[in-house]
Write a protein that binds this ligand. Sequence first.
Ligand code: NAP
Length: 238
Amino acid sequence: MDIAGKKALVFGGTAGIGLAAVRQLVELGADVVAISRDPSQTRSISEDVPDSITLEACDVLDRDAVAALCQKHAPYDILISAATGGDRAFGPFLEMDLDGYQGSFAKLWGYANVVRLGAQHLSEEGSIVLVSGSPARKASAGLAALSSVGGAVEALVRAVAPEIYPRRLNVVSPGTIDTPMVLAQGDERSELLASMTEGNIIPRAGTPDEVAQGIIFMVQNDFVTGTTIDVDGGVLLS
Ligand SMILES: NC(=O)c1ccc[n+]([C@@H]2O[C@H](COP(=O)([O-])OP(=O)(O)OC[C@H]3O[C@@H](n4cnc5c(N)ncnc54)[C@H](OP(=O)(O)O)[C@@H]3O)[C@@H](O)[C@H]2O)c1
C-alpha cells in the first residue's frame, strides 16, 4: 500500500508505540486520527505530536463508542491498535489475584472490539495492525498474564486474517521498549530498562520508532497477512 493520501485510525495513538506510528504515517502522507481515552493532554505532554492529526477520545473497551467512532471516520484504509486497554497483572501465577489475571485481558478485548467493529469500514486493500509483546512466545517467571494475553492476540490475528481477505491483518511483537508505559523515571528508569534487557542479543530497550517501523512495514507490504513481526532485540533467542 502506498500510504500517501490514505486515511488511518490509530487507537492508542497518543503515546509510545502508537504515537510513533502516527508520526511515521503523517510523514508518509496519511490523514491520521489518533485515539485514546483522554487525548486532551497529548499536545502539551509531547512536542512530537503532528499538528495535522485529528485527536479523538474513545475507550477501546466501550463497544458502542468504538462502533460510533469507526462509523464517524469511515471509510479508512489503515486501522492500528496499540492501546494497552487497562492494567496488567505480574508475579507467580499460583500467587496471582485472578481478577488481575482476568483484567489483563482488557488488551485482547480492546483489540477484538477494534477489529470486529472497525474492519467493516476498511477499504478493500486496507490493512490492520495490532501490537502483542515478546512474552507471547517467550515465557518468563512472573509474566503468565502477559504471555496468555499476547498469545491470544496473536491467535486472534491468525484466526481472523483468512476471514477478512483481501483486507490484511498482522501483529507486531515488541520486546522491552522505552515508552510512557514504563513508569519509573531518571536513574531508576535507566537501571530498570538496562536490567530488563541485559541478557538480550541487543542489550538495550528498543525505541517506539523502531516498533513503528515494523507497523509501517505491515501496512505497506501487500503480500503479508496473518503473521507476526518481532521487534525485540533478539529476546526470543536470548
Ligand atoms: N513498552 C513496552 O515495553 C511494550 C512491550 C511489549 C508490548 N507492548 C505493547 O505495545 C502496546 C503499546 O504500548 P506502549 O508502551 O506504547 O504504551 P503507552 O506508551 O502506555 O501508550 C498506550 C496508549 O494506549 C492508550 N490506551 C490505553 N488504554 C486505552 C483504552 N482502554 N482505550 C483507548 N486507548 C487506550 C493510551 O492513552 P490513554 O491513557 O489516554 O487512553 C496511550 O495512547 C501495548 O499493547 C503494550 O502492551 C509494549
